[in-house]
Design a protein around this ligand. Structure first.
Ligand code: JFZ
Length: 442
């Protein structure tokens, strides 16, 4: 059924994937890192001995926490063990290709010395810029940096959740200028940053700013050709977010896959997307106690495989401690993922949806321009036989394991372009990758 298209001034400005070099590079990343760091790492999910039930980075919003007491945590922010190079080295070893760093979360505290507010690192005992050294350290290692920025700002007195009075509107106009100033400041200070990751854009006050947000987005893009902005920045003039009133995505990639992964390729509508994921259920900032299920290396690898197999990137969150170091659990996961990537990253970088019928053993990934199909195997059947169904007239010419030089298989053709790959008799303790080299046999 044909939908009527309505004229929009502030909807999507392009339909379909961006094909410039910056976005092609983003699409090929596969694996990324998220970093949530700010004043909230100091209380770490606890206030006066009581456990906060929500996410640690939201603790300021808890009724137990007086706003001014929270804001005075600035005078305790002194991460003497912070070393940008060592964070970047961990990320590099893990195999990530991009990192998204919180420059300012909802609490409004800036990890860079913004000249538009006093609520920044410059006025903490630490005094120094955090963002600059991180951008430099990651960029130097070939890891692209994206700046996370929360529009919602609990510290700025001009922030409003909605605009109901004349006074609200005057205050929010000041807030819009403040937001613009900070964003242009970030782009000016950190020319190496490749994109902006927006958050805190769901309140009515901001949703009503279609014209302002649209023009600000244009201004930022003009300032930084190739700049990457997700779908969580602005709404159209009817207040539609992510997708405009005609159903077209606003921004360069879909930012709605938060702690969830699509099931099938049609769920992503041909758009670029990434999934951001926490290690425990829902903690982004450092939380002393991790309640509930803690994801393991192999579970995270399976999520990575699934994302790449459906044309997305997978981004794992880290919540550094107030002293500037990473917690052991996260360091261990980084190491585990990195060790697997050392062997298997060929199946992740540049990986794409393979267009094959999904099988129960795991996920297919292909690479355009090659004759290779990767099988990322997470569930080995008791029979040891992995089923592969290729398009008709496609034959397998070679099968080998990325992890075992010389470990190859002779597939059994059980039907037209349908095969069993009989695994050698052994127990499989870790996920592995088989490469299928294909040939046209028409
Ligand atoms: C937001 C933040 O509130 C949170 O603290 C964290 O920074 C996370 C990455 O982003 O939380 C959200 C935002 C959007 C959704 C869920 C949580 N969403 O669209 O489902």
């Amino acid at each position: 059924t044909a939908q009527k298209t309505i004229a929009l001034q502030h909807g999507a400005h392009g339909v379909g994937r961006r094909r410039d070099a910056a976005m092609e590079k983003w699409r090929a990343y596969g694996l990324g890192q998220f970093v949530h760091w700010g004043l909230y790492s100091i209380p770490a999910g606890e206030w006066n001995g009581k456990q906060y039930n929500g996410a640690a980075e939201w603790i300021k919003s808890w009724k137990e926490v007086p706003a001014t007491t929270y804001d005075s945590l600035m005078y305790q922010f002194n991460p003497t063990k912070f070393n940008a190079e060592s964070w970047a080295a961990t990320a590099k070893q893990m195999g990530v290709k991009y990192v998204t760093i919180t420059t300012k979360h909802h609490d409004g505290f800036c990890l860079w010395p913004s000249k538009y507010t006093n609520f920044t690192v410059a006025n903490s005992p630490y005094k120094k810029d955090i963002i600059g050294p991180l951008v430099k350290a990651y960029d130097r290692r070939g890891i692209d940096v994206i700046l996370y920025f929360s529009i919602m700002d609990w510290h700025n007195p001009d922030w409003r959740y909605d605009i109901k009075t004349r006074e609200d509107s005057v205050a929010f106009d000041r807030f819009k200028q403040f937001t613009r100033n900070q964003l242009l400041e970030l782009l000016t200070l950190y020319p190496a940053a490749k994109g902006l990751w927006f958050d805190g854009t769901w309140d009515k006050s901001w949703v009503k700013q279609a014209a302002f947000a649209d023009s600000l987005e244009k201004e930022m893009r003009a300032m930084r050709p190739g700049l990457i902005i997700g779908s969580r920045f602005r709404a159209d003039e009817y207040g539609k977010r992510h997708f405009d009133s005609n159903g077209n995505m606003m921004g360069d990639y879909e930012q709605g896959w938060e702690r969830k992964i699509p099931e099938k390729i049609t769920d992503v509508h041909g758009n670029d997307w990434d999934c951001v994921m926490t290690v425990p259920e829902n903690q982004w900032g450092y939380s002393k106690i991790w309640k509930g299920h803690i994801k393991t290396t192999d579970e995270l690898l399976e999520m990575l495989a699934k994302c790449v197999s459906l044309d997305g990137n997978f981004v794992l969150n880290f919540g550094p401690k107030p002293d500037g170091t990473l917690r052991t659990e996260e360091l261990d996961l980084a190491k585990g993922i990195g060790a697997w990537m050392d062997t298997n990253s060929e199946a992740i970088y540049n990986g794409e949806y393979a267009g094959l019928v999904k099988q129960d053993w795991g996920y297919y990934v292909k690479k355009t321009g090659t004759n290779k199909i990767y099988m990322l195997v997470f569930n080995v059947p008791v029979s040891g036989a992995l089923n592969v169904v290729l398009p008709s007239r496609t034959a397998i010419s070679k099968v080998y394991d990325l992890g075992g030089p010389g470990l190859s298989y002779v597939p059994e053709e059980i039907g037209t372009s349908t095969y069993f790959i009989h695994l050698k008799q052994q127990t499989f303790k870790r996920p592995f990758v088989l490469v299928l080299e294909t040939a046209d046999n028409s």
